[in-house]
Write a protein that binds this ligand. Sequence first.
Ligand code: GDP
Length: 455
Amino acid sequence: MYIRDTIAAVSTPPGNGGIGIIRVSGDNAAAVGNTIFKPVCDGGLVSHRFSFGTICDKATGEKIDEAMAVYMRAPHSYTREDVLELHCHGGWLVVERVLALVLSCGVRLADPGEFTRRAFLNGRIDLIQAEAVMDIIASRSEAALQLAQKQSEGALSVRIEGVRVCLLRALALVEAYIDFPDDDLGETDVAAILVSVGEAQNTITGLLSTFEEGRVMRDGVSVLIVGKPNAGKSSLLNRLLNENRAIVTHIPGTTRDIIEETVNFDGLSVRLLDTAGIRHTDDLVEQEGISRALEKIPQADLVLAVFDASSEFSQEDQLILDALAGRRTVAVLNKTDLQQRFLFPNVDRFAAIVRIIALSGDGIDLLKQTVCKQFLHSGTTDSRELVALSRARHRDALVSAEHCLRQFYSGLSDRNLELLALDLRGALQAVGAVTGQTATDEVLDLIFSSFCIGK
Ligand code: GDP
């Protein structure tokens, strides 16, 4: 539900900063500005022009702060309503006092994401774009940012709209016959319907195939480092992090717990987890570390299995390979500066094998690239246009649209027009949920409540 009252919130992060911005949106935005802001120059607030002045409490005559104010007349604003932004000094107390003054003018404190929700409800952006705004703010890697920016520009929305148009075209043809029950569905129209539905189906299937890569771009990946004690896992972790995060010793079995750090590899966000060396041991603490390492294996997107090139393939290495059965694994052959004794029993089970010297850093860049290649530019994402699904919500909606279309195809031979129309409407409903056209208030509440206040 959309109550057209005037809302306000602090749009800059909490704490002290250079500038603090209070945003006001709604019909009374200009009135609030004229009440509490006194521009230095005559003429009052002019739309889309910054003016310098003071924020004053009229009731007491007290000057609260010097500030810049900008008023943006509807519809040319973030929310498509009248918007006022007050840029004052960034101390939390100043910002709180200005906000209190704004609220005293009969303005309500905005809910999380309410400005963006209004932009959506006023038709400036669709739900994909609103979610992309949140993703831009939360981006932890170049890949995530680029994808979110493309989505906020409408790249994914255009594809979804294309699907909707195809489905509407097909539905219009089917419904035309429902209205004239004496006419049989002609072959030309059947062909036209099939073309439209086929086009929609192709786009949906294409988009669904981008989900894995889109998810990885948005959320990053988790990469687990495993290997026998002393293979060089901690040295590798330190190299990948470019710092001495893990303790490196020549004493086997010293890493007991899991060390977790997030880094960027060529724009991809990677959560690295270094584990205890896997081997048979009687030491209870070490055993606990090993079982924690083994527990993590099924949750990781990729495993880096580190082997010591200077020692022969051992029972411990076999233990690790057994634990990794069925997992996507890159073999890392470390200590290649020493005399080589290691031979892989089966090279085919690895996604790649990379030779490194963790001690000097040789091969580390290649390893990073190899990790990225496992996830990005698999060919499924249109990398030029960067159109990819990245949210489970979008994926789930398109899966249910695909399900409706499958039912549509299987019902075609019966020519039951009511049922065919029902399937097409089901698909439209699902597709509309992605852009928000058919999203319920509960869905919108859920999405916007995860936004920050002031956005
Ligand atoms: P972890 O138990 O698997 O974490 O292994 P560490 O990273 O603690 O390394 C074990 C030992 O191997 C340490 O003495 C390291 O200095 C040494 N080491 C690690 N990487 C290399 C390498 O590439 N070449 C050589 N010669 N020694 C290495």
